[in-house]
Design a protein around this ligand. Structure first.
Ligand code: AMP
Length: 304
């Protein structure tokens, strides 16, 4: 029934299929780790699978391109999809169950009840994507109700999203623990993203400016520059100079996302920019490794 050494992976498309499996596992006393994704899996996603694998007896991955988190002019229709290769990757990484629902399974009728994400969702990405986090939190709440994970794993790549999901879990008393995985990068520093696939060779080069900007900011901070405006300008100039259209550069405290003026090591520099039509995001702590729970992680670092 579950993944064994030979990579037998169970794939369910229905909520009832997941609930059945969940009941079996519960009766066996197995803990469930859950990694929600939109598919087109890369090492970033798979590192979260590895983390879930280490923590839990059974690992569930969901693959669902959630329409409600895309704005009307965004890339929902074009978002890359490749279920076959995603399933192969999941099998190879020891995933037990993939939940790959159709849209009608998650939204059998138009959604009328939403999770209202509150003021944190108006910052950073929320300014250019005003309905994004409402869609994310609503689908994640739904997936949590279906899968009932003990632990759910999200990536620091989407730091604001992870923070909001933590808040939702706390404020709605959802009985799951949210763990975060480090940002996985290409060897040249580009943060892995399913959207990198939109980039042609020239854009791929320009996209490198996001991680380069973060590295330069970290280096300047390490040399004593603590003025957020100066550091932000450095990042902005780096990205604009490479031909990226800056959406935002912000240095914020990693708990409330409040902009800071004088920077300290645990603050976060978050950037978003358009390269061609592709919107990319990245972030890094200024100095020390940071995490949402304050414990730090040696894995997060973009080395200067
Ligand atoms: P997505 O499929 O883009 O919705 O992402 C699914 C999960 O993978 C989210 O928790 C993301 O934060 C995480 N993720 C995406 N890219 C990366 C990456 N490069 N490193 C670590 N986690 C990532």
């Amino acid at each position: 029934m579950e993944n064994d050494e030979a990579g037998h992976l169970r794939v369910e498309r229905t909520v009832s299929g997941i609930r059945t499996m969940r009941a079996v596992w519960r009766s066996q006393g197995r803990s469930i780790g859950f990694v929600p994704t939109m598919g087109y899996l890369h090492e970033g996603h798979l590192s979260l699978v590895d983390l879930a694998r280490r923590r839990c007896d059974s690992v569930v991955v969901s693959i669902f391109v959630n329409p409600t988190q895309f704005g009307p002019t965004e890339d929902f229709a074009d978002y890359p999809r490749d279920l076959e290769s995603d399933l192969a990757a999941c099998a190879a990484r020891g995933v037990d169950l993939v939940f790959a629902p159709g849209e009608e399974e998650i939204y059998p009728r138009p959604q009328t009840i939403w999770i209202e994400p509150g003021p944190l969702a108006q910052r950073l990405c929320g300014r250019s994507r005003p309905t994004h986090f409402r869609g994310v939190l609503t689908v994640v709440a739904k997936l949590f109700a279906i899968v009932e994970p003990d632990i759910a794993v999200f990536g620091r790549k989407d730091f604001q999203q992870a923070l909001l999901i933590r808040r939702m879990v706390e404020e709605l008393a959802i009985p799951a623990r949210v763990e975060l995985g480090a940002i996985v990068r290409e060897p040249d520093g580009l943060a892995m993203s399913s959207r990198n696939r939109y980039l042609d060779a020239r854009e791929r080069e320009a996209a490198l400016a996001l991680s380069r900007a973060l590295r330069l900011v970290r280096a300047a901070f390490a040399e004593g520059e603590a003025d957020a405006e100066e550091l932000s300008c450095l990042a902005r100039d780096t990205m604009a100079g490479a031909g990226a259209r800056v959406d935002y550069v912000e240095i914020v405290d990693p708990y409330g996302l409040d902009p800071v003026e004088r920077v300290s090591a645990h603050d976060l520099c978050a950037v978003a920019a358009y390269v061609g039509d592709t919107r990319l995001i990245d972030n890094s702590p200024l100095g020390d490794p940071c995490s949402l729970d304050g414990t730090g992680s040696p894995l997060t670092e973009l080395r200067t």
